[in-house]
Design a protein around this ligand. Structure first.
Ligand code: ADP
Length: 726
């Protein structure tokens, strides 16, 4: 709930309860005061009424005295004034005197004349008789009237009446008394009403001995006493009644006078309370609105602006913003406290920013380092010859370039896949990749194109912080190793076989030497051939061994290629002639300077020419060309040995440089090592050997060698010359 609403509710409750309490207190005090005022007013009116009644008694007494002290009345009672009634006792006269009953008694208390006049004819008709009856039943009453002048209330036949008596005297109030004159004034309801009207009051007179007393009158009987002559009682919210005893002629409280009147004070007060209530509400409302406006302006609006400003500061990046300070009240204190807090926050933010900057700097440096290390590592791993795979829980998470190239996959094809899916084993689960200890084993993997590749796997478990089974797998393509091993096996088998054959020959010849010593010369000749062949074979094997171990040493020097070729042709010419083969050499006039081992280069050309002689039928031709060639856009020395021999079928052509490879085993003493050694020597010189052949037509071997810097070059047309050797 907002502060504004809370304030409004609190103020509403506070003001309402204050006004309610105020109103209740005022109302309670005022109501009590109004009751007192109303009671006093009732009592005052009671006094007025009793005074009026008393005045009536006095008036009646005066009136009866006037008439009793009058000679006319005196004479009438004595019987000597017969015209008295006719002259003076007319009904109107009596009523004008406000008298309802006239009793003229003589000294024997005998009624001389009696007359009742009243608007109520019932009362009028029975009044005299009732008086007589009452006088008879109450002798005290008559004695009270006749012995002394008396006046007071009396109830005769349940009708209250004011009665006064006087002795009848002369005009000068001298006696002796001729009798008693008794006047009565009927105090029935109408008379009481007229008294009430004269007083502007509501009056009732009750005979206490009556059995028909109203409840309220009966109730006050116990309250009224000689000590408490008057009392009041609320008979309704709007009306109050006052009660008092009226003593009768016997001085007994035989009558109760009840006065009822409106509670004027209460009514005025109630109206006043209503006005007070309305005033309170209006004043309270005004006070509330003014207070709310004041609170709104002095407190709430400022709190709102304070909050707005705090929110603005919180949302902005400007840490220098502060709350404005106005005045010197509690809200200003709050603003000062918030500003102090903002100071502390900006200080700590500044410290945090510095620390963050420092950390960011460190972090970025670290990132750069890491990126650098990562790219280094990546480069290292991508330049590795072996495939590298990193697996977590058997799933590939990293592969290097070599592995991707080996299996012809894309990186995205492999990451996330189980490593075992690459296994060529029918059941991939049989190719475990995780071992508790590093392990090496050979297996076969399947490439993307479905072909297989033999690999050696080294799986090394890696400890990670998340306790997952991770391992680094190094995959090495062992296809060539397997081929080399196979070749080596083949090589040893062939070497053993080729060495065993001459040894068997030697053993046979030694045996024959024992048996047929006379053929010693033949035996020695053959033994010489065989051992020569064996020596050549062993030399070849030693050469191969040195090539493979990389320990072959070339005794290089600058030489002219043509001179090497000339030496070879010179040696091979005899063999060629034996087969009637035309061996020619076409040598460039320009000396081809080569930096090489003359012995080894001689071995190369000898081997090629020897093979050409061997595989060229009689009458064939062998041509050796020595000149300039071109290799990789560079001029080089080129030696071509071409024959018109049997040629080599294309199937064999690609294998003829393999060790021990022979197209056929026709040639005696051939080992299949010659071309292999030739190729090794040429490559050791940084050169290249190629072959082209057509079965049945001939074969050409071309050897490209680097020219040394001293070789002079000239336009081809003028420099080229051919030198023939026979
Ligand atoms: P070999 O000692 O058997 O000659 P080489 O290594 O020198 O061994 O030659 C390998 C094979 O190449 C030979 O067995 C032969 O079949 C073939 N060959 C080499 N030179 C020629 C050639 N000029 N003409 C035809 N075939 C040749």
């Amino acid at each position: 709930m907002s502060l504004r609403r809370k304030t409004f509710i609190a103020m509403l409750i506070g003001l309402s309860s204050t006004m309610l309490v105020l109103y209740l207190v005022i109302s309670s005090v005022a109501t009590e005061s109004f009751l007192v005022v109303d009671r006093q007013a009732a009592l005052r009116n009671l006094d007025r009424t009793t005074n009026t009644l008393r005045d009536n008694v006095e008036a009646l007494k005066r009136s009866v005295t006037d008439w009793a002290s009058w000679d006319e009345t005196y004479q009438f009672v004595q019987g000597s004034n017969s015209e008295y009634v006719e002259h003076y006792l007319h009904d109107d006269t009596i009523l004008n005197l406000d008298v309802n009953l006239m009793i003229f008694l003589d000294n024997d208390n005998q009624i001389v004349y009696a007359k009742a006049v009243d608007l109520h004819t019932d009362w009028q008709n029975s009044a005299v008789q009732n008086f007589e009856d009452y006088s008879r039943t109450s002798p005290t009453f008559l004695r009270l009237l006749t012995t002394t002048p008396n006046a007071g209330f009396v109830t005769i036949a349940d009708e209250p009446m004011l009665i006064a008596s006087r002795p009848i005297l002369h005009n000068d109030k001298t006696g002796p008394a001729a009798g008693t004159l008794i006047w009565g004034q009927h105090m029935g309801p109408d008379e009481v009403l007229s008294v009430a009207q004269s007083l502007r009051l509501s009056l009732s007179l009750f005979d206490n001995s009556s059995s028909y007393l109203p409840d309220d009158v009966r109730a006050v009987q116990g309250v009224l006493s000689p000590a408490t002559l008057r009392t009041t009682s609320l008979i309704s919210e709007m009306n109050i009644a006052g009660y008092t005893y009226v003593n009768d002629i016997f001085q007994q409280p035989s009558l109760t006078l009840r006065l009822t009147q409106e509670r004027s004070a209460y009514l005025v007060g109630r109206e006043m309370l209503r006005v007070v209530l309305i005033t309170l509400i209006v004043i309270g409302g005004f006070a509330g609105i003014i207070m709310l406006l004041l609170i709104e302006r002095v407190i709430l609006l400022r709190i709102f602006h304070l909050g707005e400003r705090v929110r603005y500061i919180a949302a902005s990046d400007d840490i220098g913003l502060r709350l404005p300070l106005h005045g010197s009240d509690e809200l200003t204190e709050v603003a000062i406290a918030i500003n102090a807090m903002l100071d502390a926050v900006s200080e700590s933010r500044e410290a945090l920013r510095r620390s963050n900057n420092h950390l960011e700097l460190q972090g970025s440096q670290r990132m750069v380092e890491l990126e650098h290390q990562k790219s280094n590592l990546q480069a290292i791993m991508d330049t590795m010859g072996e495939g590298l795979v990193y697996c977590v829980d058997g799933l590939i998470t990293y592969v290097n370039r070599a592995f991707v190239d080996l299996l012809l996959y894309e990186v995205t094809d492999l990451v996330g896949k189980p490593f075992t899916l690459l296994s060529a084993h029918p059941d991939p689960a049989q190719t475990p990749v995780f071992f508790a200890l590093p392990r090496r084993f050979d297996t076969t993997l399947v490439r993307q194109d479905g072909t297989t590749v033999s690999v050696a796997i080294t799986s090394t478990p890696v400890e990670t912080s998340d306790q997952r089974r991770s391992q680094v797998i190094i995959v090495r393509d062992i296809t060539q190793e397997i081929a080399a091993k196979r070749q080596k096996d083949y090589f040893f088998a062939r070497a053993s076989h080729d060495l065993r054959s001459p040894l068997t020959n030697i053993m046979t010849r030694l045996y024959l030497l024992g048996k047929k010593p006379e053929q010693l010369e033949t035996h020695l000749k053959i033994l010489n051939q065989v051992t020569t062949h064996m020596l050549a074979l062993v030399n070849d094997l030693l050469d191969i061994s040195r090539f493979e171990r990389g320990v072959t040493v070339l005794n290089r020097r600058d030489l002219v290629l043509q001179s090497v070729v000339e030496q070879v042709v010179e040696v091979q010419q005899a063999d060629a002639e034996m087969k009637n083969i035309e061996l020619t050499a076409q040598l460039s006039e320009i000396p081809l300077q080569v930096y090489g081992d003359p012995v080894r280069l001689n071995q190369v050309i000898t081997n090629l020419v020897s093979n050409a002689v061997h595989y060229t039928p009689e009458g064939g031709q062998i041509t050796i060309e020595v000149g300039f060639g071109e290799r990789d856009g560079e001029k080089c020395a080129l030696v071509c040995v071409a024959d018109t021999g049997i040629g080599i079928a294309p199937d064999h052509l690609e294998h003829i440089f393999d060790p021990f490879y022979r197209v056929s085993s026709e040639r005696e003493g051939g080992s299949g090592l010659g071309l292999y050694i030739v190729q090794e020597i040429v490559q050791l010189h940084g050169g290249e050997i190629n072959v082209t052949s057509e079965p049945g037509k001939g074969t050409t071997f071309s050897v490209h060698l680097h020219l040394s810097g001293t070789t002079e070059t000239a336009p081809e047309s003028t420099l080229r010359s051919i030198h023939h050797l026979e």
